[in-house]
Design a protein around this ligand. Structure first.
Ligand SMILES: NC(=O)c1ccc[n+]([C@@H]2O[C@H](COP(=O)([O-])OP(=O)(O)OC[C@H]3O[C@@H](n4cnc5c(N)ncnc54)[C@H](O)[C@@H]3O)[C@@H](O)[C@H]2O)c1
Length: 334
């Protein structure tokens, strides 16, 4: 029997997840959708034969919905996660888990009180073949102890709904999560600097941004975030260890040599670059959710990432390094 899923938010990624749940993966049926943009949800509901709800709360309460995908704007996630936890339904929540530390902690507390994991957070880089190979090599000690990680995150452009705070809490949050995962460490301090502004971009965005993470075991991470780079969606990474380095593959199947030049393809957006990773994270989620649980990136990971993005926002405002202190980790996430 396929798992009956309700999707909250039928925007760019909500639509893409509905496509993979209905056309790519097996074991899922999207039975309900909702969006504050009711016209948008109506089109999707009609296309896939799902019920349209007037709110996320109504969708979660629908007895026919066995598991919930949350793909609305980040600042709306926490209320839906808490409601779905209350209904004890498995949840896939797009990143960020929540945009405030308090909301993340309320979720961690609610899930820990249940005593079992129900939430998987959409940090899909952990399911990308290239990042997985990098993590495995680092964990096996193939480059000695990891000392530094260089991370580059470049977007072609951002939509009008993208507000300045999203540079840190919506975009950089991926690099923060992958840094914690690759280095198997927590962030102890963060410093943020804005570079000379990209004059080709929106005047309200301090873009590009450089973020420095100081890890608890002494490693350093530098992250470049450029959200209006124009030329393509470019994700790069290199871990520097004591005896070697591991660099992410740039992901193109061929090099073109023509007219005295070598050229290759740069992905257009995250859908293209991470298509395999999104499929894989949902394969894992479907298996765990069908068994009434969750796997992969947890609420703890969501909390740790938001703790860093909120400290990063303070660093950007003050120009000063911000120290980071995590609460005691509940046994559920050990
Ligand atoms: N994992 C990734 O790589 C990745 C990539 C893109 C987006 N995202 C995340 O997915 C989420 C959505 O991003 P998007 O790019 O699809 O944005 P989007 O603006 O294209 O879509 C969001 C949709 O949510 C709807 N919405 C807003 N508030 C709502 C609410 N309270 N209830 C129901 N619907 C609501 C909007 O009307 C819109 O249709 C964000 O949290 C974003 O960070 C993750």
């Amino acid at each position: 029997m396929p798992l009956k899923i309700g999707v909250i938010g039928t925007g760019m990624i909500g639509e893409d997840h509905i496509r993979r749940l209905t056309q790519v993966l097996s074991g899922a049926e999207v039975v309900a959708v909702t969006d504050v943009d009711a016209a948008r949800a109506k089109v999707v509901a009609a296309r896939i034969g799902a019920r349209q709800h007037e709110s996320g709360e109504a969708l979660i309460a629908d007895a026919n919905v066995e598991a919930v995908v949350i793909a609305s704007w980040g600042r709306t996630h926490s209320a839906y996660v808490l409601a779905a936890l209350d209904a004890e339904k498995p949840i896939f929540c797009e990143k960020p888990l929540a945009t405030s530390v308090e909301d993340c902690l309320a979720i961690v507390k609610a899930e820990a009180a249940l005593g079992r994991r129900l939430v998987q957070v959409g940090f899909m880089r952990r399911f990308d073949a290239s990042y997985m190979a990098m993590q495995r090599l680092v964990a096996e000690g193939r480059i000695g102890a990891p000392l530094m990680f260089h991370s580059v995150h470049r977007n072609v452009s951002v939509p009008a709904s993208y507000i300045p705070a999203m540079i840190l809490d919506d975009t950089c949050v991926h690099d923060i999560d992958i840094s914690r995962w690759l280095l198997a460490d927590e962030v102890a301090a963060v410093t943020v600097k804005s570079a000379r502004r990209n004059s080709k971009g929106r005047p309200d965005l301090a873009d590009p941004t450089l973020v420095l993470l100081e890890m608890a075991q002494g490693g350093l991470v530098d992250i470049e975030i450029s959200v209006q780079i124009g030329y393509g969606y470019d994700i790069r990474g290199e871990v520097v260890g004591e005896t070697g380095t591991v660099t992410l593959a740039t992901g193109q199947p061929v090099d073109l040599r023509s007219a005295g030049a070598v050229s290759g393809h740069v992905p257009e957006d995250w859908r293209e670059r991470f298509i395999g990773a999104y499929d894989e994270e949902f394969r894992h989620w479907l298996t765990a959710a069908a068994a009434g649980g969750a796997t992969g990136p947890s609420c703890w990971d969501g909390y740790a990432a938001t703790l860093v993005t909120t400290a990063a926002a303070r660093s950007r405002a003050s120009g000063k390094t911000q120290a980071i202190a995590l609460v005691q980790k509940p046994a559920l996430y050990a």
